[in-house]
Design a protein around this ligand. Sequence first.
Ligand code: FES
Length: 111
Amino acid sequence: MTVEFVKVANAADIPLGAARVFTAFDTELAICNVEGEYYAIADLCTHDGGPLGEGELVDNQIECPRHGARFDVITGKALCLPAILPVPTYKVELRGDEIWVAAQATASGAR
Ligand code: FES
């Protein structure tokens, strides 16, 4: 089945080394700019629903502002407690200056 992509943002909306939150297909997404590459994760910490997109992004790791769990924004993997489960990731396509995101999470993220 072909996965539908949806335009979510313009690349210029997301500064280098930062994350910004957008809503698309009824999902809050945190789009992360890691050295000019864009990655999309659910804006929902798997520990207790913290707003991941408001966390600090360092390289490819984002820290939940609520209790400090860190996730790899490329694979979704939880890197430290208190989170254990991976956060959903979404495929991103850069089309010109536009960021398009798959309307379906990549299978459950890496474990
Ligand atoms: S809600 Fe994210 S670490 Fe607790």
